[in-house]
Design a protein around this ligand. Structure first.
Ligand SMILES: [Fe+2]
Ligand SMILES: [Fe+2]
Length: 263
């Protein structure tokens, strides 16, 4: 099974480049399953139900998110409306699994594509972020429930050390641990010794003429004067960042991980 994972889709520019480039990438890399982080799909801040539908229509199978998941209130209603319905498309939109018990939504999805079972886990780090539950032990718990051999983990975190530690911790137990959230791709993709594909950050899919997606003048001004300001999505130098992970369906082990950045 060949999995394409697209890094944080940021605003309209990010959605537009996914629409333009995804069909070609799927063909070129013989992609079976598409996962994308959509936490910044709504002008950089959160995601709405119509944007979820838009991303699904482009062929994305599962959407992961992170700390921006609650920026648009409508997503809470979307999760709540789907509660009790295992077939709702809302099940394929994940918020981090290590949020407090009782939080709306789901942090893990298990399904099948082309008759291959797979699971996706969304986790959020705790270093320089909100104090959620322990992502390491939540991963242990989820792995006890999951039947699929192919397990893909999005670790949405700030600190390289925390992401890398989770990669080593889960090596041989999941197919891939890929980092999101910093919006800057890292050049450290590799398959760990026991068969887990790893990268510290996939990078953002959106405008790179920016500071991590936001209008650069506004962010520079924030550093200069510390005054509250409105942050708006930038628009220039749009790139799509992703990885392609090739997994052995029988064992769930990754064979290769390839990093992509297309304009
Ligand atoms: Fe993000
Ligand atoms: Fe984030």
């Amino acid at each position: 099974m060949r999995i394409l994972f697209i890094g944080d889709i940021f605003g309209r520019p990010g959605r537009a480049i996914v629409r333009d480039r995804l069909p070609g990438l799927v063909k070129q890399h013989s992609v079976d399953l598409i996962i994308a982080n959509g936490e910044n799909a709504a002008a950089g801040f959160g995601i709405t139900p119509p944007l979820v539908e838009e991303l699904f229509e482009l062929g994305i199978d599962v959407i992961t998110t992170g700390n921006h998941i609650w920026d648009k209130r409508e997503i809470i209603d979307y999760f709540e409306a789907a509660d009790g319905n295992p077939h709702s498309p809302a099940r394929r939109v994940l918020r981090p699994a290590n949020y407090a018990p009782g939080t709306p939504g789901w942090g893990m999805y298990e399904g099948s594509k082309n008759d291959v079972q797979y699971a996706v886990i969304d986790l959020q780090g705790r270093v320089f972020m909100a104090s959620n539950d322990d992502p390491f032990r939540v991963a242990d718990q989820l792995l006890k429930e999951i039947k699929a051999k192919i397990v893909f983990v999005d670790i949405h975190a700030e600190a390289t050390s925390e992401k890398m530690s989770l990669g080593w911790y889960l090596d041989g137990r999941v197919s891939a641990v890929v980092g999101t959230h910093t919006h800057v791709p890292t050049a450290d993709e590799r398959v760990l010794p026991n068969g887990t594909a790893y990268i510290t950050d996939v990078g953002m899919t959106g405008p790179y003429d920016s500071v991590i997606g936001v209008n650069k003048e506004q962010i520079v001004a924030r550093f200069l004067n510390n005054m509250p300001a409105r942050f708006e999505a930038a628009s220039g130098d749009v790139r799509l960042c992703a990885v392609v992970v090739d997994c052995d369906e029988a064992t769930g082990r990754a064979r290769t991980i390839e990093r992509l950045m297309v304009k």
